[in-house]
Write a protein that binds this ligand. Structure first.
Ligand code: SAM
Length: 233
């Protein structure tokens, strides 16, 4: 028998990345596809983009995992004094939100397509964010999938880098075991501090009802909102 070819011997030693999402080849409507083609160049940002011109550091809010983005659009419309970035991997949602940005004419919302962990790993926007919002992230309820939850030690470390001193992270979930795990994790690190929202000195944005929140409530789930402050010293 001949030697096996080099090709068959090739083994990748790259550790497999555990991701917090599964890329679904969800159906894009024609409108969503057109928005991605024509509007992303207008309202999209690259992963490694600097803060857009005229955006004041400290007045920027990032939502990670906006889904279809209606809550984010509502928020950006309600708070014109802030600039907003939405990050998601879900192309139908990005297309949908691009459409809404164009038709409403709001000027303070831009989108990034991609894995928020990759963005957090490479962004230079340190100490620039007023708030980071993570509303109803995939709860990955099975124990063997807990490692897929986006809130891990590395995620919290990145948050403390990108938030301005006095800025905050808002986590919301309809899955109590996830909220409990987040509380425990926060308790084990010292960069962020779990705090009642009324004790945050800076402006706290009111969370609109989201699509996944409605879904959770329809199932009888209880909603938990957690606020974590990045201390000023
Ligand atoms: C359960 S949905 C919640 C959507 C929305 N926040 C809501 O409450 O209706 C979670 C969203 O997070 C996105 N997502 C999950 N992991 C992500 C990651 N690492 N980077 C960017 N988006 C992510 C998914 O694509 C999905 O749109």
């Amino acid at each position: 028998m001949g030697e096996p070819s080099n090709h068959s011997l090739k083994v990748s030693h790259q550790p497999r990345k555990v991701r917090s999402f599964v890329r679904r080849t969800g159906r894009l409507t024609r409108g969503q596809k057109q928005s991605l083609d024509y509007l992303f160049p207008k309202f999209g940002l690259a992963m490694d983009a600097p803060l857009p011109d005229n955006w004041q550091p400290g007045q920027v809010v990032v939502e990670i995992g906006f889904g279809m983005g209606d809550a984010l659009h509502q928020l950006a419309s309600a708070y014109p004094q802030f600039n907003f970035i939405g990050i998601d991997v879900h192309r139908p949602g990005i297309g949908h939100l691009l459409n809404r940005i164009e038709s409403s004419g709001i000027k303070n919302l831009r989108l990034i397509e991609g894995d928020a962990m990759e963005w957090l790993n490479q962004t230079q926007w340190h100490q620039s964010l007023h708030a980071v919002l993570l509303w109803f992230p995939d709860p990955w309820p099975k124990k063997r999938h807990h490692k897929r939850r986006i809130v891990q030690t590395e995620f919290l470390q990145h948050l403390s880098e990108v938030l301005k001193p006095g800025g905050y992270w808002h986590f919301a979930s309809d899955w109590i075991p996830y909220a409990d795990a987040v509380k425990e994790r926060i308790g084990r690190q010292h960069q962020l501090q779990l705090i009642p929202p009324e004790q945050i000195q800076t402006e706290v944005l009111r969370r609109p009802t989201t699509k996944f929140e409605q879904r959770g409530m329809a199932l009888g789930h209880q909603i938990t909102d957690l606020y974590c402050l990045k201390p000023t010293c």
